[in-house]
Design a protein around this ligand. Structure first.
Ligand SMILES: *[C@@H]1O[C@H](CO)[C@@H](O)[C@H](O)[C@H]1NC(C)=O
Ligand SMILES: *[C@@H]1O[C@H](CO)[C@@H](O)[C@H](O)[C@H]1NC(C)=O
Ligand SMILES: *[C@@H]1O[C@H](CO)[C@@H](O)[C@H](O)[C@H]1NC(C)=O
Ligand SMILES: *[C@@H]1O[C@H](CO)[C@@H](O)[C@H](O)[C@H]1NC(C)=O
Length: 447
């Protein structure tokens, strides 16, 4: 990557950031910071963890999270596993506002936070929201619209008080239970003062138990379903949001931003890198964002993608929408039959290095250099209508000075497009046009 290109790309990133923040002063176009869970600004930050500790933990989280998306279990309705994702958002709730740090999760819908008075709350950093001190807290009735949207097994009713209740049970015996309520939620916009969203539906969780220690105060749902923050803000943000994740390489401080609103979509300012647009596929399971992956090119070899449709009830649903895009899964999962050919093509085109095993025993395709630079193939993801060229940092991980591994792994279940491959792209979700777009805005992707 030449210096010239690098400067152009940095400039482009600055211009885009400027555009977004200047819009946000005037309309519902909002920019918020995302905090990677391993960054020093995260409540979970542990300075004693090495890069390799973090990678191993991220790998295990990816595996456990991939089960959430499984097409094979009945647990789909639980919607969540205790590990909600990789990025935190700082929000305030109630009047007067009380600050909480919650996971921003593209793989779930219902927003929930721990709520006092607790029957049973897990330990969190910082105070727990106390609904009795807020003047804007209001419970929802059992026949209310938000209550009716909950799945049967997630829904309850306190008949004596006419309050809708929710229960989310997770695969690992964790659960959260509480009242469905509305509150004023405000988010600190990075362009200035906090922006308030009165009457936001959320779960006020007073009985939360299990392995939640990695979850902050709760979850902000960014999924596609009716109770997610995105769906609730709906037309006021033109049903559009985008995010930009950077420095997820585990050697730097991971950061990102999320933008809500019509002007948040990638566009082509000053001849920037192209905006690549692909359809968002809608399925009966209405929380996740499905894309259609047609093929992957490794160097000069194009390999048709053969993975299945990842769930759904009709034949059409079974054959299209074969990969879920998710910001909360670090690694990328590809169907194992396809992966065999894909991995072989990667191995055949790596130069200056020999196949080696992962010192941590996680990744399948690692390469060890013999005192020289490793030649890595260019990898392009062919989504319908969008050929997304990955940088080496998207597709590979440097394990140590000598070993580089492919950051994609095989699965016998639904494929997932994880956050390492999304880094340094602006990823735009347009739920009105039903499209997803990618635009590379940083070219500093060398290993
Ligand atoms: C919390 O919910 C669980 C599961 O429904 C229940 O067994 C437990 O008794 C509840 N805890 C309290 C303190 O109410
Ligand atoms: C990401 O890391 C690069 C160098 O590793 C640095 O120059 C850049 O400012 C970082 N970006 C953010 C958003 O932190
Ligand atoms: C990460 O952030 C911390 C504190 O903000 C800083 O001391 C450290 O140098 C940063 N590391 C990198 C690689 O940027
Ligand atoms: C973008 O590129 C086109 C053709 O390459 C050129 O005509 C146009 O002036 C450029 N626009 C800007 C804003 O640089």
């Amino acid at each position: 990557m030449g210096t010239q290109t690098f400067i152009n790309c940095s400039l482009l990133a600055i211009i885009i950031t400027f555009l977004v923040s200047s819009y946000s002063a005037h309309s519902q176009d909002l920019t918020f910071k995302l905090i990677h869970r391993d960054s020093p600004h995260s409540p979970l930050y542990n300075p004693l963890h090495t890069v390799s500790d973090r990678l191993k933990a991220a790998f295990l989280r990816s595996i456990s999270r991939s089960r959430r998306f499984s097409t094979k279990t009945d647990d789909l309705q639980s919607g969540l596993i205790a590990n909600g994702g990789e990025y935190f958002m700082s929000i305030s709730i109630g009047t007067p506002p009380s600050k909480v740090v919650a996971i921003a999760d593209t793989g779930s819908d219902l927003n929930w936070i721990q709520c006092k008075p607790c029957e049973n709350c897990y330990k969190q950093k910082g105070p727990i929201f106390d609904k009795t001190h807020s003047s804007t807290y209001k419970t929802e009735a059992c026949d209310s619209k938000p209550c009716n949207v909950l799945a049967k097994k997630e829904k309850g009713c306190d008949q004596s008080r006419n309050i809708c209740k929710y229960l989310y049970a997770y695969g690992d015996q964790s659960f959260t239970k509480g009242d469905i309520a509305t509150e004023t939620i405000s988010i600190d916009s990075s362009s200035g003062s906090p922006v308030s969203f009165p009457g936001t539906v959320f779960g006020c969780g007073y009985n939360n138990s299990g392995t939640f220690d990695g979850t902050g105060s709760g979850i902000i749902g960014l999924g596609r379903g009716p109770l997610s923050l995105i769906s609730q803000l709906g037309s006021s943000i033109g049903k559009k949001f985008s995010y930009y994740l950077s420095n997820t390489s585990y050697s730097t401080n991971g950061t990102g931003v999320i933008n809500l609103g019509t002007n948040s979509m990638p566009s082509n300012p000053s001849n920037g890198s192209a905006v690549l647009t692909t359809p968002l596929i809608y399925k009966t399971q209405n929380t996740y964002y499905y894309l259609n992956l047609e093929a992957i090119t490794v160097g000069k070899t194009k390999i048709p993608y053969t993975g299945g449709g990842g769930g759904g009830s009709s034949l059409n649903e079974k054959t299209t929408g074969n990969i879920i895009i998710d910001s909360g899964t670090t690694f990328t999962f590809l169907e194992s039959g396809f992966y065999e050919k894909f991995g072989a093509a990667v191995e055949a085109s790596v130069t200056g290095a020999k196949r080696a095993s992962d010192p941590q025993g996680m990744l399948t395709h690692c390469f060890k250099a013999r005192h020289k630079e490793i030649g890595l193939p260019e990898i392009t993801m062919h989504f319908t209508g969008a050929d997304v060229k990955l940088s080496p940092t998207n597709a590979f991980l440097k394990k140590d000075e000598e070993i580089v591994c492919l950051s994609m792994i095989p699965t016998t279940d639904v494929a997932i497009y994880g956050n390492l491959v999304q880094a340094d792209f602006r990823v735009g979700y347009d739920l009105e046009a039903k499209t997803l777009s990618f635009q590379r805005i940083d070219c500093s992707g060398s290993l």
